[in-house]
Design a protein around this ligand. Sequence first.
Ligand code: GLN
Ligand code: ZN
Length: 782
Amino acid sequence: MQTHNLGYPRIGSRRELKWASEQYWAGQLPAGQLMLTGRNIRLQNWQLQKDAGIDLIPCNDFSFYDQVLDTSLMVGAIPERYHALMEQQQLPDVDLLFAMARGYQKDGHDITAMEMTKWFDTNYHYIVPEFTAGQQFTLFTNKVLNEFTEAKKAGFNAKPVLLGPVSYLLLGKEKEEGFHRLELIKRLLPVYLEVLEKLDDAKAFYVQFDEPCLSLDLTKEEQQVFVKTYQEIKSKFPNLHLILASYFECYGPNLRTALSLPVQTIHLDLVRCPSQLEDILSGGSGDSAGSGNPAGFGDFKKTKTNLSLGVVDGRNIWKNDYQQSLAFIDKAIKIIGPDRVWIAPSCSLLHSPCDLDLETNDGTLPPEIRQWLAFAKQKLTEVATLKKLATGEDASVTHKQLEDNIQSHQSRKTSPLIHNKTVSGRVAAITEKDARRDHPFHIRKDKQHKALALPLFPTTTIGSFPQTTEVRSLRARFKKGELTQAQYDQLIEKETEDAIRWQEQVGIDVLVHGEFERNDMVEYFGEQLAGFAFTKNGWVQSYGSRCVKPPIIFGDVYRPTPMTVRWSSFAQGLTSKLVKGMLTGPVTILQWSFVRNDQPRSLTATQIALAIRDEVIDLEKAGIKIIQIDEPAIREGLPLRKANWQEYLEWAVKAFRISASGVQDETQIHTHMCYSEFNDIIQNIADMDADVITIECSRSQMELLDAFASFNYPNEIGPGVYDIHSPRVPSRAEMVALIEKARAVIPSDQLWVNPDCGLKTRHWPETKQALMEMVEAAHSLR
Ligand code: GLN
Ligand code: ZN
């Protein structure tokens, strides 16, 4: 039996790589120092994994930016616009990588960055490979070999990790018409074979191929490409031990393909898809309900393939349930014997925070909650302990560990910190009516128009105003205790008042308070809701040097006291114009947190929805007539397989509706989403039944409104008229043109005029100018 790990966080437990990269970008650290930081992190990570008792240790899971970008560099898929840089003498290698990731504006160059997108359903973003019809591949970097040799020299039993060639192509994008990127496999594969040749020469034995696209819906042809590719690899390197890893979903309809690949070990994510072990062991005669796995693919026992059981959750922060994991392990051993069973985390630990030991007793994370958690380092110890428990090694020690583990889970099951009768009672008492406004939109619309008396093409913004260095430092000083609550409040009041006055002057119709009191749109609410905990060092890489520190939802969620009423009423009290209340929606709060694993996500979403509903009702009571509930994350929560979309959308939309439906017809509910690819889910967006939805639209020149037009979207809509991601100030004429375009497909009396998203990352001068232009644009249309 072997223990192995699929990948370890590379940002460093104290975010060493973040600090070093950012210093390097600022020209304050020499390239050599940055390289050294990388090397130290790798060596520390390998040592730590070895010490934890991991047999096979991943290498090449390190990256200065992103593993997909590393693969593009490995195979020489470097878009044309960077070629000038490659010719430049004395440009450190890493600069080409950073230029591709971040763009390059130096020495007379002005080259844009490559696109970035979410890695499956995680909050990690990868750099999207770009392919042309004539795409050639050549071995361009030796990172894999170098890191393998480095690990080997340092005495580690290293296993190179490669993003598999098929997923690499599928994750990329065609940059011109007339071909499909998978056709490039013929040209790509020889480079992979060259890499394997080098690894083989360097005496590598194990190679892990990550092919996470096996967790997506694939066509027959795509499945075929997998088969052919791996057959070719195997035929060239019969002696390499190939490990196939997919994660985040069941193999499902791709299981037969996966099992037919000539690999020695197949990794299973048993956290996301517990049923697939039984499916495989029973040769498909088992109950595959829910997993989508096909039936009848033969007797697995007769094969020689190993199963890597991903039992330790790489995506969440809870301690492993040893009894449950052992049940999986024992089941596998019983049928295929201990030699063919491997134990691992469910996926790369890139998605876990590094080390729970860094959470000290400073009051951030309560010790009662801490005892239920495991971060990356702790998860590896769990993997090693599970092996010992399964094999009976060190029985006296591990027995105690099992007892403790059972104890800890028991305490979590029954803890009064977690379970709140009032909350479960409220959830149980929810009726259909709670998720429905009193009347349908066409009736509400008339009442709202009377109550609000807004002009045609009403203008508004999405919520936040520039978070200047001064505003940020106010919060930092308050946190450090350098400002008293009263002093802090007074300063935030001043910012808010300035913003209100300024909006009045410019003539915006629906004002916002500016969100100056908020650090982050989820954290701000989490800090005020019961059931949430926070860490000091629980950072997870989001992209490049950027990390996020998601809150932990550990218990039943409720709202002890109003959260935003103070600031909203303060702002409304300053003006006779309408001020919008501003809340984060239940699905977004859920999506951007570590969630409970002892109840379905849908239930947690419902609890949050009730808490937001309470807030919405209190805002209405306080005289706020328009309330926005932001749901930018509703789309990214979509399951990886389409077959599971409907179930998710049903509870997600319902959670939003519960949060929004406690108010009278006259109160106008807005929602906001920062994207506009709605084609697949437009019906569900309409089902949310927000009175007004604001979306991003300016970059696509309103093309994305098509979904709303052909669907006949019934409610009001504010397609963003200027791109807030750029400091550029759009002209009035441009914005008029965009609204004219929108008018071609959506009736004027349904249209609002607003920017694409919140303005917190912008500076005041450009914000003021752009909004003045925007107001003028609306005037001229009226
Ligand atoms: N109200 C938020 C803001 O303006 C919305 C942010 C978002 O859509 N991500 O900042
Ligand atoms: Zn947005």
